[in-house]
Design a protein around this ligand. Sequence first.
Ligand code: ADP
Ligand code: ASP
Ligand code: MG
Length: 418
Amino acid sequence: METVVQKFGGTSVGTVERIQNAARRVVETLKKGKKVVVVSSAMAGETDSLIDLAHSVNEFPPEREMDMLLATGEQKAISLLSMAINKLGYPAVSLCGWQIPIITDDVHTKARISRIGIQRILNLLSEGYVPVVAGFQGVTDDWEITTLGRGGSDTTAVALASALGADCEIYTDVTGVFTADPRIVPGAKKLKVVSYEEMLELSSLGAKVMQIRSVEFAAKHGVRIHVRSSFEEEEGTWILPEEEVMEKVVVRGITLDTKESRITVVRVPDRPGIAATLFKPLGEAHIVVDMIVQNVSHDGYTDMSFTVSRNDAKKAEEIVRKTAQEIGAKEVIRDDRVAKVSIVGLGMRSSYGTAARMFEVLSRRGINIMAISTSEIRISCLIDEKYGELAVRELHEAFIEDGEEIKIGDDREGQEGS
Ligand code: ADP
Ligand code: ASP
Ligand code: MG
């Protein structure tokens, strides 16, 4: 009998009615003769309010304690969802991460899954139960509770689907993955398919519809993902291997990331080893550095700017202040009011003029670019946060709505001609 993992996001279990609706969706699938493993997030807003609560007690809460607290959100949701499924006449059992177990490393608040014991789930399924698993949670080999980073229930679902050899359905509050966040661009179009690689870029660049790690996991293990609405029946978006994505477009999607901060170290002595000295302690603190810009050197000094996730910004600033003092830099400035807009698409590998056109679209609106970064299939620009949404709409119009202006070349090893 086919098994499917069905994951319900926060909004999909945000109220009593929505929990009942999710339970109905599960039961509909059971009635089709499939076995279902459910994964649930915390009720909408719950994780945010737990984080606020923590910060009102301690500005820098120990991360171990953060995980203890945040894990309660999902525990509450799974018990309620399980009760709702039982109420519809189908036996269900809720399980926290440690009861499965979902084993992770010990990096609190952003742990990675290292292995999953699936025997208990297999036993429950063969006895006719619906396992209702807490998303987002894990446990270390030393029995410490961990969480998988914001949006981590997606990763729980994909990892379980992989372990069970099942397809993975992600039920959320939009009908699929769109060419841009439909909240920002009302005319955004739903994609039928998107490749793992494109989805990985879209997620990393701000399309929070799927957590990055869940897409990484899916790509590595070939898990097929169907992102769809928990409120509507229509077919959603399939996230699949590139070979199965027939239509290669230059720009598949546009993203906006307002969750980064820029840190500038002013007047750093410009000598070999300085970048390593600045960035090493950040790496040791598990802080990921994204865009880096080093200005032209004047009289042996230079300014160095980089971006980090806004969640890490305070911590990064503290660390960098220490290093800046040691190396004799003038000052450290943190700017939280930045946004990163990006365009993503497999077709960029063999197109030309795309970067130039992106810069042109931004400049036409007088939007200044503070930093640029690229990969084979994306271009990102860091801009003032207040122009973020405008930039996304303008880029959507230029690349998706009037997309035919972009020229696809004759596969010249993916050269970017601008
Ligand atoms: P859930 O609580 O179900 O996990 P999320 O809030 O994490 O849902 O993700 C869904 C949200 O992602 C949507 O409400 C939408 O605003 C946002 N989003 C951002 N970019 C996109 C995109 N390209 N396509 C679809 N949704 C997007
Ligand atoms: N509840 C967690 C969060 O809000 C995990 C998730 O929803 O996927 O980030
Ligand atoms: Mg989510």
